[in-house]
Design a protein around this ligand. Sequence first.
Ligand code: URA
Length: 278
Amino acid sequence: MLETDLARKLLDFYLALGVDEAMGDSPLDRRRAEPLREAARPIADNHPPPLKPAPLNGPRLASSPPLDLAALSPDRGLADARSLAAGCLSIAALDAAIRSFNGCALKQTAMSTVVYDGTIEAPLLVIGEAPGGEEDRLGKPFVGPAGQMLDKMLGAIGLDRRHACITNMIYWRPPGNRKPTDAELALCLPFVERFISLMNPKIILLAGATPTQTLLGRTDGITKLRGRWFDWTDSSGVTIPMLPSYHPSYLLRSPGQKRDAWQDFLRLADRLDGFIQS
Ligand code: URA
């Protein structure tokens, strides 16, 4: 077999395993990787700057060695997530708590912890699924192709990231951009719920099936649930209207659905009217 055929077969094998990024020229021993000391950031910093892209010859990982296997047990992880989230009295503290959390195994393979972007005082909270490759590199949600699509859709109703805060159900990129598992979603949920309570937005836009099904506790498809208003009620009884719509990545793959998404965004604009100061 020719060397190029062999190399192509090896690349296909990597792709099948979800290895779809060229991160460096030499292999990385994850157990000895340089820790990303995110927990040491100042808690008073209201909006942490995005992480710098990792240098090609030395990727950093979001995990902090030595690996604490006990922290990765699902029961302990969930208990840790709940108590960490409950103890946070501001989004800045919550941001730091999420960065310090080692209970989700996705952190071991991600470069960044991606928490939020935009304006936490804004009336609109957009919740997506999980960071992709570009988000992982830059440490900010929705900055790749899906993010550009989301920006365009917000722009079409006169909004940008000054009028919205953007976050995800999961804070670490799942390898190969696979869908997060139910266990991973459950581990991050206490942080997501606390984020909603602390931000207390006027309206929540759910981007796609994952945040919709998780926060509504329903298994119906997004086609059935999109465009309808639902209430989010937090632990202290505060109620916030939520609108599910298609995920921007889905719209990139299926542009025929943009018409329905546009109807959803018009509904959103209508309900936000009066809350937006330009
Ligand atoms: N898709 C998401 O759901 N979230 C992101 O941050 C990027 C892509």
